[in-house]
Design a protein around this ligand. Sequence first.
Ligand code: SF4
Ligand code: SF4
Length: 499
Amino acid sequence: MGFGKRALYAIERDSESCTHCRICVRQCANGVYRLNPNTAKVTSDEAACVNCRRCVEFCPAGALAIRPALAETISNSFWTRQDLRAIQSQADSGGILLVGMGGGSSIPSYFDRMLLNASQVTNPSIDPLREPMELRTFLGRKPVRLELDEKGRPLGLPPQLELELPVLFSAMSFGSVSLNTVKALAAAAQSEQTCYNTGEGGLHRDLYPFGKNTICQVASGRFGVDIDYLNAGAAIEIKIGQGAKPGIGGHLPGEKVGDDVSETRMIPLGSDAISPAPHHDIYSIEDLRQLVFSLKEATVYAKPIIVKIAAVHNVAAIASGIARAGADIIAIDGCRGGTGAAPLRTREHVGIPIELALAAVDSRLRAEGIRGEVSLVAGGGIRHSADVVKAIALGADAVYIATSALIALGCRLCQKCYTGRCGWGIATQVPELVQRLDAEEGARRAANLLRAWKHEIKEMLGGMGINALESLRGNRLMLRGVGMSDNELRVLGIRAAGE
Ligand code: SF4
Ligand code: SF4
């Protein structure tokens, strides 16, 4: 959070072990450390520290520790330190408070209050090491009846995204993150046979070979969108909203628009890339339908069209309209979704949790008899494989992950992405910082994460006596709630634990 120049972190340097080797001076992306030429010792400007922990991890003597600064203001249970600092910062700057990444709000996690079932005497569990388990996932419209040709092959099957596991990398644009980050995700998606998403940043020329694993996003700014871009990927996503900042557009400052970003986004070098909050040609479901079918026409009906929305109060009715507008997949992004930069108050106070949104949408589409018309992808707060399994039991066909993927690449969740000076080479375009992330090593780590989750998903499915993900989809009997009100249980469509 932007809290002016007041130090949020205290830097503790063990004077006995520090050799003043200056590695921390070189590693800190925020200029916290300086070598005092008179004393040949390193000094610190704590107010500039964002707690990215790069110095701590690179200090060869283990001499550094970063801790929260002691409260310099009096607070109480209502007026917290954060509230006081936010007011001080805004009084200093007159600006809105920004934050990067997701989470952090005090809204309870419903994933943490849901528990999965496991087989005991009846319906015995399945050992995934000995028996095949099917995680293959097809995203797209599922026809009620299949027409077959003379060889028994389906005729006119709507286009599908075929994935080897129900996890995709969510939209992260080149510009908001480094090219090495996008390359790492693209390569991991390719090796694990899933997809990554361009975000609204267009497709860098180096990424065209990953086309089969690419979802090409069309956002309100239409950056980087032309017919080659639309044809390059496996699916097209129309971004209407995102969970971290529902109702708000995007803004990539001109200083991040270097040669490569400018070419990829098809905008002038150094110009601000502003995505308006609404698409200026979409003011109704009918308008959305026109864009869905324009994109289908342009790509000869060969690619599924995703419509991504933020989880908001009437999300179920909106999703019903989107399904009827011809979308093949609806992506719903909950309020814990991450982003490079969002107004703090919007991120923490707008939208609803993905668990409630997903359950409401799945129930509504089933009640209207159109659940098979679309697949649902849930995002915004998926932290681990158990969240994936619970999301699928609530009705998702697959999930989007972003923050967890970036953590796998090395993100330390300092939430300062919007400064463009990510010490770990992720949310930055500064050449010397970008090179800190090795794209191949990043791809290996992101692929490992997906493989590990795959094993865990199979374990949990086997424990429930289920050998195919399809049998878990929307199977809310596999979930029980703890510590929830009757209304929360009703919206989630699950029973209380013990029932
Ligand atoms: S910003 Fe990061 S590298 Fe710099 S002092 Fe703080 S924790 Fe260390
Ligand atoms: S991507 Fe970088 S700047 Fe953003 S939260 Fe992670 S470590 Fe911090």
